[in-house]
Ligand binder design. Structure first.
Ligand code: HEC
Ligand code: HEC
Length: 239
């Protein structure tokens, strides 16, 4: 099978999968431990960038060859995310410590490979330049959003939404508005089991208006110039 054919075949397969949300507490603890062990392993391996590029090919079907995702929120931008954050999310998704039904089959060892492949593909992704035109909100309530951000988010995600590689806080600057809104709600409502409990507490009392205002503000935080791609940039590795 050609690469393109095998990708559409694999996507067709995923549609047949039924997902059972809600795991027992023991299963959750088990998934968390598995994810943690694998993350630890991937974090300490030396990355091979060439192999990372080869592994990324299957990911481009959804995350796009540039890693820029889609502004309709279906697929997140992954380009330039901190490598440690990428490793944690991949390990969590494949241990079912975070539900991502469309992506799950692609995160499994049969498709993605072992901890070495995770080490390699995350190195590749973390070096891609970011989308200069990500999806943003309506812009109606930015002053309120800014205040909420400064009071509730800066301490973890940083002044400009740059996050922290060391503490595993994701870069959220320049991320698509609609994707972030969904994640924010899932984190608040406990659907993302890998979420930071402190963040869950911090956003518990947010109204819908607060939520859209703060995420709109975040979606407009600009990454540093050297982290951005040119508008319309196409990844030459996948032409
Ligand atoms: C069939 C589509 C699809 C494919 C193929 C796919 N992904 Fe994803 N990926 C998604 C979706 C959808 C999400 C967001 C899940 C959600 O909404 O919670 C996601 C989320 C992620 C995240 C978490 C992003 C974040 O901001 O937390 C990472 C990292 C990621 N994918 C990496 C990869 C890599 C690496 C590959 C290739 C090995 C890959 N994905 C292949 C659909 C896909
Ligand atoms: C105590 C630290 C902390 C605080 C405070 C916090 N966050 Fe987070 N946030 C995190 C961590 C850690 C994650 C990743 C969770 C995981 O591993 O799944 C995250 C994930 C997210 C995501 C999903 C990113 C992605 O790529 O999927 C969004 C969006 C987000 N936070 C927005 C916010 C906003 C907006 C605020 C303030 C209202 C906030 N966070 C407050 C630590 C924090």
């Amino acid at each position: 099978m050609t690469m393109k054919k095998s990708i559409s075949y694999a996507i067709a397969l995923t549609i047949g999968i039924t997902f059972t949300p809600g795991m027992s507490m023991a299963a959750e603890a088990d998934a968390a431990k598995k994810a943690h062990d694998e993350m630890d392993q991937a974090m300490h391996l030396k990355a091979n960038l060439e192999n990372g590029k080869a592994v990324f090919e299957v990911c481009t079907a959804c995350h796009m060859p540039e890693g820029w995702g889609k502004d309709d929120g279906t697929f997140p931008q992954v380009a330039r995310q901190h490598r440690s954050v990428l490793i944690k999310q991949l390990a969590d998704i494949r241990a079912k410590n975070r539900d991502a039904p469309t992506m799950y089959p692609f995160a499994l060892p049969d498709s993605l490979g072992d901890a070495q492949s995770i080490a390699d593909v995350t190195e590749y992704i973390s070096k891609l330049p970011m989308n200069p035109n990500n999806g943003v909100g309506t812009g109606d309530d930015l002053a309120h959003g800014e205040k909420l951000y400064k009071d509730n988010c800066v301490k973890c995600h940083g002044d400009k939404g740059e996050g922290s590689a060391e503490k595993l806080y994701p870069r959220i600057q320049g991320q698509h508005y609609k994707y972030m809104l969904r994640q924010f709600e899932w984190i608040r409502d406990g659907k993302r089991r890998n979420a930071n409990p402190e963040m869950v507490k911090q956003i518990k009392g947010f109204s819908e208006k607060d939520e859209t205002a703060v995420i709109d503000y975040v979606s407009r935080l600009k990454p540093a110039k050297e982290d951005l791609g040119e508008p319309g940039w196409q990844n030459p590795d996948f032409k």
